[in-house]
Design a protein around this ligand. Structure first.
Ligand SMILES: Cc1cc2nc3c(=O)[nH]c(=O)nc-3n(C[C@H](O)[C@H](O)[C@H](O)COP(=O)(O)O)c2cc1C
Length: 203
């Protein structure tokens, strides 16, 4: 067994990484990371997570362009100037293109329970979202264990149709997020945390 203090230190040392070296991530490493991810806890053990793995640069490029185009519609609706828009879109595209490995984290509600009332349907949906997020967090930590860096990116949530169409995802796969993964090109910044006492109650 790994000593608890060592493991706690490791878990606490994960940081979001947004800039990567161009080196590819070996397919066996990808397999290991996802094999660990599917050990995450899930509501009723229904495992609603689905993973669309993108490593092909041309697919990545098409995906980045499709998401940028959906993003642009939102920025136009926000009234953003065309120069500010161009900068934001370029930034968004470069984030995706810079990552050798992109995992689109999807949710499939097919196996979740169905109820007649809205309240329980909503609770069931939230449980599926929470379960998928567990798998996402496990990917971040598993990538960290492999010496990789990763960041959670929410863009697919705002461009779900564009992602589904571009990647020809099964109809029941609902894009929730993407995890950008690769070997870090620089040391990542340590972001602050609220003190534990501020976010915890004991009763
Ligand atoms: C649900 C969720 C959505 C996030 N979306 C983005 C995002 O779209 N772009 C980004 O750069 N980081 C995103 N992040 C990463 C957070 O900014 C990051 O985890 C937070 O600032 C703490 O930094 P750390 O991960 O380095 O500790 C997201 C994280 C979560 C959990």
């Amino acid at each position: 067994m790994i000593p608890s203090a060592t493991l706690q230190d490791f878990l606490r040392s994960r940081r979001s990484v947004r800039r990567f070296r161009p080196d590819p991530v070996d397919s066996q490493v990808v397999e290991r990371i996802l094999t660990t991810a599917i050990q995450a806890a899930s509501a009723h053990n229904r495992q609603p997570w689905r993973f669309a793995v993108v490593v092909d640069p041309s697919v990545k490029d098409t995906l980045a362009t499709a998401m940028a185009s959906a993003y642009e519609q939102d920025l136009i609706a926000d009234g953003m100037s065309s120069s500010a828009r161009a900068a934001a879109l370029e930034r968004a595209r470069s984030h995706v293109l810079c990552a050798p490995l992109v995992v689109i984290l999807c949710m499939d509600l097919s196996d979740m329970d169905a109820y007649a009332d809205e309240k329980r349907m909503n609770a069931e949906r939230v449980m599926a979202v929470q379960s998928v997020a567990n798998a996402g967090t496990t990917i971040l930590l598993s990538a960290h264990a492999e010496g990789l860096g990763a960041v959670w990116n929410c863009a697919p949530l705002f461009a779900a149709d564009a992602v589904s169409r571009t990647l020809k995802l099964p109809r029941s796969w609902n894009p929730q997020a993407m995890l950008l993964v690769g070997y870090p090109s620089k040391e990542s910044v340590r972001r602050s945390r609220r003190p534990l006492r501020e976010v915890t109650l004991y009763r």
